[in-house]
Design a protein around this ligand. Sequence first.
Ligand code: AMP
Length: 410
Amino acid sequence: MKIENPKGTRDFTPTVMRDREYVEKTMSNVLEGFNFEKISTPIFEYSELFELKSGEDIKNRMYTFDDKGGRKLCLRPELTASVARMFSNELRNLPKPLRLYYFGPMFRYEEPQKGRYREFYQLGVELLGVSGVFSDALAIYAACECLKRLGLEFELQINSLGVVRGLLEELGVDDKVSGKLITLLDEGKREGVKEVLDDEIFERLIKISGGKKSLGEAEKVLKGFDKALAALSELRDLAILLDSAGIAYTIDFGIVRGLDYYTGTVFEIRVSGLGAQNQICGGGRYDNLIEVFGGPKTPAVGFAFGFDRVCEALILQSKLKPPEKKVVVVASVSGKSDGYAIKVAGELVRNLSESEFIVDLDVSGRKLKKTLEQASNMGSGWVVIVWEKEEKEKMITLRDMEKNSQKTVT
Ligand code: AMP
């Protein structure tokens, strides 16, 4: 009987996992270099956790179920809410700011297509307990640095939800309508905006995009809307910081994030050529979320990479090149030397663990000649040949596959 994996999920073969591990490690190294520390939270949570603040869009796509005790649970659709919960329950008294990152699978009931899965992976960062654009800039810088370290070419777009929300508030638009507009914008359905809110100023604002001069354009459009202008001034400060830090960006006032909890700076990273699912990273500032989970008022900023899309973008740009491992094959000459061969292989693994070498102990029982052929096919440079008679002297025979020569060594 052949059973397929569920729709929207994937199996990862060793070759694919090697690539994915390399991408994960490269990004984690950058984040740990910036003193972000890794955390992990449950794969399933009480549904309530995400119903509180993650937004309608996420809520409609959740995998929910009742457990045997009648508890309402779900597979996690994202992790910021879990991190906010963890912070409120366990980390609130630690010195701030707290720098956290995570990696793992998320689940959303979506129509699967390239770059969109029901089980997908996110690598995300949360910087908790600090407000202001300096920390926004660090989050954005760290995200860009992860991608640069991988050699990926990408485009960064920034905006402030404070500008968009500020204007809507000053126009007297109620929260429900604002939420609808933000969802439409996030889904890229700009043509639907006019049907919900027929306002010329709002229409003009969300069309502005480009370099720093778009700040001036927005300033003209927003004349008299003080709340929006105050947020715009923060966005200008962020732009200045990114300039000094050497980060290229586009400002786009139509960039909003679908998740309900964002409050200020928002940003997205895209890679051209990926088709409809070209957004590989999204994030922003969420200053009110921790309180929702009973924590103290704690400003925060974070982002999540769509890890699968980062890998797909790297393949697209031919940049997915994990370093090759060098294989040392260990060959046992006869059944009588097998025990010694395991010991030698173990010793090698212990001593080579920090290097680029890996150890392949041939346990097939095939003839030495065949093992050497196999080693040559694997591109192995060295074969350690283990004879029963050499065990007492703690010797091995080391064969240099390139030179086709061998010698006995301790
Ligand atoms: P979000 O949590 O919705 O802000 O998404 C953050 C990032 O996760 C997005 O920019 C995407 O790259 C990625 N992502 C979201 N949903 C999916 C999905 N269904 N499949 C693959 N990647 C996704």
